[in-house]
Design a protein around this ligand. Structure first.
Ligand code: NAP
Length: 516
C-alpha cells in the first residue's frame, strides 16, 4: 500500500527548494510565492490549501495573493522589463540551457510534486518534466523566430528611395495564466518564449496545483533570470486572475483554460493583446477502410491518457456503422489494459481526476448519455476522484457528452452512416481545436483534413501537442492564436517597422519611367 501522502511533500524536496516553504505547526509545508525576486507570503497573510486528488488530503498551503500583491508583481515586472531585454540573446539562451540542466538534476522533485499535486502516474509526470526540459533545450530554434525582415521600397511608388526593417520587439509585461491539467508544462511553455523574447512575466498557475510552477520559478532564479522579470502569484483565479488580466501595465494575456473562463478574460482585459488556448472536443473519425486495431489502440490512448484531462483528448469517436461492431470490440479489449487507481502504484495508467467536482461532473455526463439511450460497456463509476475507464457505445447526438468537453477517462462512441455524416457532426461542434482521422485512403485523408474546421488534424494517430514542435491552437470557440516552438514568439512580440529614407544620399532607386 502506498505511504500516506500528507506531510510527505516537504520531505521529498531537496535543499534547492528550501527558500520556497517552511513547515507549519501541523507539519504541512507553507509555500511562498515569487514576487519581485523574493519568496514571500501574501500581503494579508491569507493562504489556500492544496490537496492531492489521490486521497484529498492537504499536502501544502500557498499564499492567496491579494489585489495589492497582484499590483506589486505587475509593477515589479514592468520595472524589470528592461533588465531582461539588456541581457544579450545568446546569454538568455544560456540561462535556459542551465535551467534544463538544473531540472534534470532535480527531476525527482518535479516528478514527485506532479504525482502528488495532480495525481499523475509516475510515467505521465516524468513525461511532463521531460517535455519542459526538451522545450528549454530547443530555445535556440525558437530564438530564430525573433529575427526580422528587410523590405526594399522599390516595389511600390510610395516607398521608392526607402527601405524598411521590420523587427520583432517584446510586448512588455506578459500575464501567463495556466490550467490544472499540465500544471508545469503549460505554464513553462508561456514563460520560456516570453522571457526568451525579452518580456517580463507574471504567471498564475491553477489554484489546484501551483507547486510545480513554484519549483520551476526557483530553477529559473538559480539559472540567472533577473529579479522581477518573472513573478509567480498563487491563489484562486477569480481573485488573482481578474486583477492581473485587467491591469493596464499588462500588454499581453496568454491564457490557457476553459472557454467559459476565456470569455471572462476577454471581458476583463480591455485593449491589450490576447492569446487564448481554450477548450476542445477532439473528435476521432474512424472510416471503414481504417486499420481498426491501430484506430482502437490510439482512440483509447487519446481518451484515457492523463485521465482524459487533455485539451487534445479524443472526446468523441465517430465510427462508420459498417465497421463499428468490430471496432467497439477492439476498443473494449484495449480499455481493459488500462488500470485505474492510485498513481503511485506503478501498474496504474489512469490516475484520479483533479477533484471530486470533476469526478461528479464526468459522472453526470455519463449518466445523461445512458438515460438518452447509450450503452455503458465499461466503467461508469468512481471511487473518490478515480473515475473508472469508461466506454459508451451508440451515444446519441441528443446526449450532452456528444458536444460538451468530457475532460475525463471516457471513450464515447457515436455511430455514423458515413464520412459525410461524420464531417457534419464535426462542423456542428462549437469547438475547433483538434481532430484525428483513421483511414488508409490518401484522398479521404485529404478531404477530411480540408473540411474539418479545427486547428490541427492528425491522420492515423491521436492528437498530441507534445513539446510544441508543430504549431497548435484553436478555431471557433477553442481559441485565438497559435502555440508552439517559434509560433509562440509571434504571440509574444510586436512588429516594429523602421523606415529609412536613403534618397538624400542618392542611394535609393527613384522613379525613372515618368521622368523620361
Ligand atoms: P479554467 O477553470 O478555465 O482555469 C484556467 C486558469 O484560469 C486557472 O489558472 C484559473 O485559476 C484561472 N482563472 C479562473 N478564473 C479566472 C478569471 N476570472 N480571470 C482570469 N483567470 C481565471 O480551466 P481548468 O479547469 O484549469 O483547465 C481545463 C480547461 O483548460 C479545459 O477546458 C481544457 O480544454 C483547457 N485547456 C486548453 C488547452 C489548449 O491548448 N487549448 C490546453 C490545456 C487545457 P484557478 O484554477 O485558480 O481558478
Amino acid at each position: 500500500m502506498p505511504e500516506n501522502t500528507v506531510k510527505s511533500l516537504g520531505d521529498l524536496l531537496s535543499g534547492t527548494f528550501e527558500p520556497l516553504f517552511k513547515k507549519g505547526s501541523d507539519g504541512i509545508p507553507l509555500f511562498n510565492m515569487y514576487v519581485d525576486g523574493s519568496w514571500s507570503d501574501s500581503s494579508d497573510g491569507a493562504t489556500v490549501d492544496v490537496d492531492t486528488p489521490i486521497d484529498r488530503s492537504v499536502i501544502a498551503r500557498v499564499p492567496q495573493a491579494s489585489e495589492r500583491d497582484v499590483e506589486r508583481a505587475v509593477a515589479s515586472a514592468y520595472d524589470s522589463w528592461q533588465k531582461i531585454r539588456d541581457i544579450p540573446g545568446i546569454e538568455r539562451v544560456e540561462i535556459f540551457q542551465q535551467a534544463a540542466r538544473l531540472i534534470r538534476e532535480h527531476e525527482d522533485n518535479f516528478v514527485n510534486t506532479l504525482m502528488l499535486e495532480a495525481g499523475k502516474p509516475r510515467g505521465d509526470a516524468a513525461g511532463e518534466v521531460h517535455a519542459v526540459i526538451d522545450r528549454l533545450k530547443l530555445v535556440m530554434e525558437e530564438a530564430r523566430k525573433i529575427f526580422g525582415e528587410y523590405l526594399p521600397g522599390d516595389w511600390s511608388e510610395d516607398t521608392l528611395g526607402k527601405f524598411a526593417l521590420v523587427i520583432r520587439e517584446p510586448v512588455g509585461v506578459v500575464a501567463a495564466i495556466s490550467p490544472f491539467n499540465y500544471p508545469l508544462f503549460i505554464g513553462a511553455t508561456k514563460i520560456i518564449p516570453a522571457l526568451l523574447a525579452g518580456n517580463a512575466v507574471v504567471a498564475k498557475p491553477s489554484v489546484e496545483n501551483p507547486l510545480s510552477m513554484l519549483l520551476f520559478a526557483r530553477i529559473l532564479e538559480r539559472a540567472g533570470i533577473p529579479a522581477g522579470s518573472l513573478n509567480v502569484l498563487t491563489g484562486s483565479g477569480g481573485k488573482v486572475g481578474e486583477a492581473l488580466v485587467s491591469s493596464d501595465k499588462v500588454a499581453l494575456v496568454t491564457f490557457t483554460g476553459s472557454t467559459e473562463i476565456g470569455r471572462r478574460v476577454v471581458q476583463a482585459a480591455g485593449v491589450k493583446r490576447l492569446h487564448l488556448e481554450l477548450g476542445g472536443k477532439g473528435m476521432a473519425l474512424v472510416l471503414d477502410d481504417a486499420d481498426l486495431e491501430l484506430a482502437a489502440k490510439k482512440c483509447v490512448e487519446g481518451s484515457l491518457k492523463n485521465a482524459g484531462q487533455r485539451c487534445d483528448a479524443i472526446s468523441a469517436i465517430l465510427v462508420v456503422e459498417n465497421v463499428a461492431d468490430r471496432f467497439v470490440q477492439l476498443l473494449v479489449d484495449e480499455v481493459d489494459r488500462w488500470k485505474a487507481g492510485d498513481p503511485r502504484d506503478e501498474s496504474v495508467k489512469v490516475g484520479p481526476v483533479i477533484n471530486m467536482a470533476a469526478a461528479e461532473r464526468i459522472h453526470g455526463l455519463v449518466e445523461d448519455a445512458v438515460e438518452k439511450g447509450a450503452m455503458l460497456l465499461r466503467g461508469g463509476r468512481h471511487r473518490g476522484c478515480v473515475y473508472e475507464p469508461t466506454v459508451l457505445d451508440r451515444v446519441l447526438l441528443t446526449a450532452r457528452i456528444a458536444w460538451e468537453e468530457t475532460f475525463g477517462p471516457v471513450a464515447t462512441v457515436i455511430r455514423v452512416r458515413d464520412e459525410d455524416e461524420a464531417i457534419t457532426v464535426g462542423k456542428e461542434s462549437r469547438y475547433g481545436l483538434d481532430s484525428c482521422v483513421f483511414t488508409n485512403s490518401f484522398y479521404r485523408m485529404w478531404k477530411m483534413a480540408k473540411r474539418l474546421q479545427v486547428g490541427e488534424v492528425t491522420i492515423n494517430d491521436l492528437p498530441k501537442h507534445g513539446v510544441g514542435y508543430f504549431p497548435f491552437g484553436g478555431s471557433k470557440e477553442s481559441g485565438v492564436g497559435r502555440e508552439g516552438i517559434g509560433y509562440s514568439i509571434d504571440e509574444m512580440t510586436n512588429l516594429k517597422t523602421i523606415v529609412f529614407n536613403i534618397e538624400p544620399a542618392k542611394l535609393g532607386k527613384t522613379h525613372r519611367i515618368h521622368q523620361t
